[in-house]
Structure formats: structure tokens, C-alpha cells
Write a protein that binds this ligand. Structure first.
Ligand code: BGC
Length: 753
């Protein structure tokens, strides 16, 4: 079928969804979800979640057990009349009916990477937070916690009891279309931030979910990509991020990814699911497949998959048959059900179900703005171009990026629907697939926010479509602010890291017309900057969310001193990447997508060789002695900081302390970073991040910073012994303001010799 045919089909599917949304909402308003009446001894809260789960399992029929282990099918999601119990679905991405006679609630799942997704069909408002990469750029675990707490609260407000957020994949491939949903390229930073986010979501009595497990580091051909990676590299990079996130949060669910890992689908991979997650990490929650990521019944269940989503191709009738035939034992089935039920009790969704209410919009504004103020990264500020002085500037040219309408967001399943609709008309063909590609803006308007902040200046806008008109406006203004935008979405990767649609030429022309040109970037990740030497300031705002414009204005005018630092390296060009050409799908005959037969694809399984191994992000640039455009951990402030007095001493592994002083005349926050170099002969990258602290300092103030480093963060994965090892020997330690600005260094022997 051609594209138009599919589009028509998808639209036909979406129409009944509107009715489903209305019907289910009525049910939610008047009946569901309220706490089902106590049904048995498992209501005794003094029992452990495990005991309570087992008491329920003792009462369950085989059919009831199977019912908890799969979604209602794609039809249920698209709301056809034969949907049955799916009419109780709130219209989130996933729904599993509960067992009312036993007081087990429906699982109402919603995507929630940067806020509660897809509220439009229910006319519900959710806070569009800045992208997760912005939250990671704050390097502040408290910000990550606040981010997760807001998402958890708004999920509950809308009746959901399970989140599908928690993207923890490393930025190994900077063109990845989901970079904005993730937390950067370093496993300790990403794991720490995601752990706090998930912990906070679960504290609201919502099941958290960490995804996409694992090595799902590109979107191109994601259902067919076979990630080839060594065990050691996997353990020390992608898996380490998940391990830290899961450990720090006690998250209830792990979503296995679409791709294959070393030849086996992630959702039936015995190594990642059984050996690592279950055995080594002792994960007590359940594993849920990515949507359409289940490819078998017995191999998947035996490897450790507990729930097939969103459909029931493998874990409904085929699973029942496998149990009846003895291919899957009753004991194993009970273990799968146990994982689901113990998580429901442990996270509080049984004892404290959500009570729908109106989202606290004002609170959401505050959190969103704070995250952006802490996560925006000032990349260049020549001659103190910033902050701008609202009293002395007479005229400001605002150029491009639809800055007269709103700020850009990332697309795909994590899309938070824009309040009031997309203010920028999309010329797309419509339909579900088009939604993934549509550039959606939130109505936080930079032009208005800057006018508010500079009421005495003439602030004019030019869309940047006619370069000479834009340059003329810039020339006649005191200052020009160009908004450079780059859209990313789930489902495909960026072809390169350049600003699209002639924006580089626009910026060059504006910079040539006005020496006071400031570029504000709205992007999901790294962009190239051929014009960097010609502009005076650059602020990376990521996708800045529903208060993005206000936060950007606060930074530009100095109400907020920027303090974010890059959680990803910005290369000079894609030629610097480990793989300048991304592995992609070879053409094949048009075939149904596995698990999603309604989507036809033109691909075969293909290898993605992650032969850079341990050298993810900055570790690649350090090992290969390449100078990136901006290094990992980099970010400027309106003040300056000095480091002194490093001391390193062994504790359970290592304690690092030093002084940081604010040497400027403005209060500011510094993210003080600590790196280690492992002993010679370990074959490790030159440096790895092992800790950091964000310190607030008044002008002239000095603080003593102490960073405790746990053994894991200094260890290597010893494949021969399948264990982590702190290799005895000489460790180098550095401290400073970025991975390439480390004024303090020392050495210490660790490991008992
Ligand atoms: C995405 C997941 C998402 C799921 C449900 C999948 O295509 O990869 O991240 O949670 O859809 O919307």
C-alpha cells in the first residue's frame, strides 16, 4: 500500500480513538479509577509486597494470570468497537485490565519522557518540561528529582498509574533522533540523573519505567538494528547507566528495546535480561517489551520478559498453551505474575490509586522554568556580550526559529501536546506518522518574553526566510538574537548535525551585519557551528519547554546566571565521530514489521558495529586526541571560578576534596567535575567522570568540596571472572570545570597494594 493509503488507514484508526477517549474519560470521571474495595488478606499493609503478591496469586485462575502479562492488542489502542475492556483505557499508550474481583487495578500507562504525552485526545493539559537532556545538563540530582516528581504528579492527576518515561540510553550516536529524551553520553551522569527522576516518579505512587534496555543507541532501523558490542564495553557504558538508575530508584519496570544485541532481540536476550538484570542486579520489578518489541513466546519468557506490549500476539493464547504444554512451568508463570503484582504493591498503586484532578498549571510553570534556567548552557560569550543591559539597549532584532510563535519541542511518543495547538502551521500530510515528523512548538514566545524584559527597547521580529531582510533588520539594531532550531523525533536519526534549512547562512549574514549577534539554539543535541567565530554569544537552550522563552530571557538579561554544562560532546563535524557514516538498513522487499504487522517496512536485520566500545562521547575524543567544538562538561557563567587545594585519600574507594572560589563579581553556581584515569594496562579511556558537585558561590566566596567516589565508579568489568574489579595500581585524579579544563591533578594508589 502506498503512503497515502497508509495515511488514510491510520486516520481511520484514529477517528474511533477520539470516541474512545470521550467514553473512557466519562468512565474515569464517574467510576474509575477508584480504589477497589478490599478483597482479601493481601490488603494487609503490614505484609511485604512479596507476601501480598503471593496471596493474590494463590487466588488467581490461569486466565487471570495470563491477562496481566500482555496488552489488549493494537486494536484496543486504536479503539475499535470490539475493544472490550479496553473501554476503561484512559487512552494512554498502554492498557492492561486489572482483576476487580481481587482488587487488582488496571494498568494505565502513559508516555512521559518530558511530561505526560498526548493529552490532546482527552483535552488534557500537561506541563511540557524542557527536554530530558536539558535536565541532565543541570547536573543537579535535585532538578532531576523535581522533574520526575512533576511528571509523577501529573500522571496521577490524569488517572495514570504507570509511566513510560525514563530514557537512559547513552548518546553514543549523536545523530540519534531521541537524544533529547535521554541524559547524555556518560553512564554515571545519566544513571544518577535518571535514578533521581524515577525515584521521584515512584514517590508519587506511579510505577516508573526505565528504557530502552539496551544498546538502543540509534533510531534508524531500530527494529532491525543488531548492536554488536563486547561484554566489557556494554557493562561499562550502556548497562552501567541502567544499573545506576535502577539501583538508585528501585524502579518497578524496565522496558526492553526494539533492537537486537549481539544477534538476539533485546526482549528475548538471555544475557541482558537474565544474566545481567535478573541475576547480577537482582531486579525485582517486571520487564515490559517496547511496543511491538516481542518476537516470541517461550524464548522471550524464559529469557525474562514478563509483559508483551501493547498487543497479545505472543503472551496471550500462545503463552497459555506453552504453560498447558509444560514448555513454561507454572512456577515460572507465577514468577512473572509475582513481579507485576509485587511492583504494584511496592509502588503503592494498589493502596493509593490516582484521583483525577486538574493539573496544577502554575506549579508546572515554575518547575519547567527552573529546569530550563539550570540546564541551558552558555557556550560562548565574547567580550561580555551577555548579559544584556535592558536599560541601555535601544533596539533588538529577533530573527528566525518562529521566535514570534513559540519554542520547538522533540517529536515521537514523548511529544507533549501543545496547549492551544501547534502555533506554527504544519504543511505535513497529517496522520500518525506525520505527527512524528511535525515540528511542534509550545506557546512560550521568545519575542514576547524579550519585549517584557526590555520594555524601553524597540524589539522587532524577522522570520529569517529572506536573508537580506533579516540582515537589514540586524544592521539597524543594537543587538541581533537569532534563534537556530533543529528538530529531532523518535523513529529516525538526523542526517547530520547541521542546522537545517539554510540557517547557517542566515546566521552568517546576520553576524556580518551586526557584531553583537547572539545565537540561541533550540536543539535536541549537538549542532555544528560554522559561524561560531563570527557571533559574539551562543546559548544552547535545548527544547526549552512551556516556560522556555521566559527562562531564555532571564538568562539573556542576567536575572539568572547560567550554570548548565554539556552532558554531551559537540563535535566540530560528523567527520570527528567514531562512525562518520551511520550504519543503516539495507533495502529489502516490503515486509510487515515484526510485532506490528500493520506497518510495512523495507528492511532486513543489519549490524551496527559499536567497535568504539568503551570510547563513548568524550572518551573517544580524549583517546584519539581530537579537539571537539565544545567538550563534555563545558559551560560558561557570567562569573568565573578558580580551583585549588586538591587532596585525594582512600575511603571505601576514594575521597576527593578541593576548594572552589568565585573570582568574579556576580553570584553563580559552578559544577565542579572530578575525573579519574585508571592504572596503566587496564585499557581504559584516558579519563572517566567519577563525580561532581554543583556549588553556589557569592562573589569572592570559596567552598571546600568533597566528592565520595564508590568502588564501582573506579572499576573495570573483568569478563574472565564476570565481575567488577578495582584494579590495584596508580590512579590519576583530576578536578575542574570541564572534561578539558582540569587544573587540579594528583595520583593515588588504590586496590590494597
Ligand atoms: C517507543 C517507546 C514508547 C512506546 C509507547 C515506542 O515506539 O519506543 O519509547 O514508550 O512506543 O508509545
Amino acid at each position: 500500500m502506498n503512503v497515502r493509503g497508509w495515511t488514510r488507514r491510520i486516520i481511520r484508526c484514529l477517528i474511533p480513538l477520539c470516541f474512545l477517549g470521550t467514553a473512557s474519560w466519562a468512565v474515569a470521571q464517574f467510576g474509575m479509577p477508584t480504589k477497589p474495595a478490599p478483597k482479601g488478606p493481601w490488603d494487609n499493609k503490614s505484609l511485604s509486597p512479596d507476601q501480598r503478591a503471593d496471596l493474590v496469586i494463590g487466588q488467581m485462575t490461569l486466565d487471570e494470570k495470563i491477562q496481566l502479562l500482555h496488552g489488549m492488542g493494537w486494536r484496543a489502542l486504536f479503539g475499535t468497537p470490539e475493544s472490550g475492556p479496553a473501554v476503561r483505557s484512559l487512552g494512554g499508550a498502554g492498557f492492561i485490565p486489572g482483576i476487580p474481583r481481587l482488587g487488582i487495578p488496571d494498568l494505565q500507562m502513559s508516555d512521559a519522557a518530558v511530561g505526560v504525552a498526548r493529552g490532546a485526545q482527552r483535552s488534557r493539559y500537561s506541563t511540557a518540561l524542557p527536554s530530558a537532556v536539558a535536565e541532565a545538563a543541570s547536573w543537579d540530582p535535585k532538578i532531576a528529582y523535581d522533574y520526575g516528581a512533576l511528571i509523577g504528579t501529573e500522571l496521577r492527576d490524569q488517572g495514570f498509574n504507570m509511566s513510560l518515561g525514563g530514557g537512559t540510553n547513552l548518546t553514543r550516536e549523536p545523530r540519534d533522533g531521541r537524544t533529547f529524551e535521554y541524559q547524555g553520553e556518560d553512564p554515571i551522569l545519566a544513571g544518577t540523573m535518571d535514578g533521581q527522576m524515577m525515584k521521584a516518579e515512584q514517590a508519587q505512587h506511579v510505577i516508573g519505567d526505565i528504557k530502552h534496555y539496551a544498546v538502543n543507541d540509534q533510531e534508524n532501523g531500530r527494529n532491525f538494528a543488531n548492536s554488536i558490542i563486547s561484554k566489557r564495553a556494554m557493562r561499562e557504558t550502556d548497562l552501567l547507566a541502567f544499573r545506576i538508575g535502577i539501583r538508585d530508584s528501585g524502579v518497578g519496570a524496565v522496558m526492553c528495546s526494539y533492537n537486537l544485541i549481539n544477534g538476539t532481540y533485546a526482549c528475548e536476550n538471555d544475557y541482558t535480561l537474565h544474566d545481567v538484570l535478573d541475576h547480577d542486579w537482582d531486579f525485582k520489578g517486571f520487564v515490559v517489551s517496547d511496543w511491538g518489541g516481542t518476537h516470541s513466546t517461550v524464548p522471550a519468557a524464559k529469557a525474562g520478559l514478563d509483559i508483551e506490549m501493547p498487543g497479545n500476539d505472543y503472551f496471550d493464547a500462545p503463552l497459555k498453551k506453552a504453560v498447558q504444554d509444560g514448555e513454561i512451568s507454572e512456577t515460572q508463570l507465577n514468577e512473572m505474575v509475582h513481579r507485576v503484582l509485587r511492583t504494584e504493591f511496592a509502588t503503592g498503586i494498589v493502596d493509593d490509586p490516582p484521583h483525577p484532578m486538574v493539573v496544577d498549571v502554575m506549579h508546572g510553570f515554575k518547575v519547567a522554568q527552573k529546569v530550563e534556567e539550570e540546564g541551558a548552557v552558555l557556550l560562548k560569550n565574547a567580550d561580555h556580550q551577555l548579559p544584556l543591559d535592558a536599560d541601555s539597549i535601544k533596539s533588538i532584532a529577533i530573527i528566525g526559529g518562529h521566535a514570534d510563535a513559540g519554542v520547538l519541542s522533540g517529536g515521537g511518543s514523548g511529544q507533549v501536546d501543545p496547549a492551544g495547538g501547534n502555533p506554527v502551521h504544519s504543511a505535513g500530510p497529517g496522520g500518525l506518522m506525520a505527527l512524528m515528523r511535525e515540528w511542534v512548538y509550545h506557546r512560550s514566545v521568545p519575542l514576547e518574553a524579550i519585549r517584557d524584559r526590555a520594555p524601553h527597547a524597540k524589539v522587532e521580529y524577522d522570520p529569517g526566510t529572506d536573508i537580506s531582510a533579516a540582515a537589514a533588520l540586524a544592521k539597524s539594531s543594537d543587538v541581533a538574537i537569532v534563534f537556530g532550531i533543529q528538530h529531532e523525533s523518535e523513529g529516525s536519526d538526523l542526517p547530520n548535525l547541521d542546522l537545517p534549512n539554510g540557517q547557517d547562512a542566515l546566521i552568517d549574514a546576520v553576524a556580518a551585519a551586526n557584531p553583537h549577534t547572539i545565537v540561541v539554539l533550540e536543539s535536541g543535541g549537538a549542532v555544528t557551528m560554522p559561524w561560531l567565530d563570527h557571533v559574539s554569544a551562543v546559548l544552547e537552550s535545548w527544547y526549552p519547554g512551556i516556560r522556555g522563552a521566559q527562562a531564555i530571557a532571564a538568562i539573556l538579561f542576567g536575572d539568572v546566571n547560567p550554570s548548565g554544562k554539556l552532558p554531551i560532546t559537540f563535535p566540530k563535524s560528523i567527520a570527528q565521530l567514531p562512525h562518520p557514516v551511520e550504519a543503516s538498513q539495507p533495502p529489502g522487499p516490503l515486509t510487515p514489521m515484526p510485532g506490528m504487522p500493520m506497518f510495512k517496512v523495507n528492511a532486513k536485520i543489519f549490524d551496527v558495529p559499536y567497535d568504539e566500545g568503551l570510547l563513548v562521547g568524550y572518551k573517544w575524543y580524549d583517546a584519539k586526541d581530537k579537539t571537539p567544538l565544545f567538550p563534555f562538561g563545558y559551560g560558561l557563567s557570567y562569573t568565573t571560578f578558580a580551583y585549588s587545594n586538591l587532596s585525594v585519600s582512600p575511603s571505601d574507594a576514594l575521597e576527593v576534596s578541593f576548594d572552589v572560589r568565585n573570582t568574579g563579581d556576580r553570584a553563580g553556581q559552578e559544577i565542579a567535575e572530578v575525573y579519574a584515569g585508571l592504572p596503566a594496562g587496564t585499557d581504559e579511556p584516558p579519563r572517566r567522570l567519577i563525580g561532581w558537585q554543583k556549588v553556589s558561590l557569592a562573589p569572592g566566596e570559596s567552598k571546600h568540596v568533597t566528592v565520595h567516589v564508590e568502588p564501582l565508579y573506579l572499576s573495570i568489568y573483568d569478563v574472565d571472572h564476570d565481575a567488577w574489579q578495582l584494579v590495584p595500581g596508580e590512579y590519576k585524579v583530576w578536578a575542574g570545570g570541564s572534561s578539558r579544563d582540569l587544573p587540579l591533578h594528583a595520583s593515588i594508589r588504590l586496590g590494597g597494594q
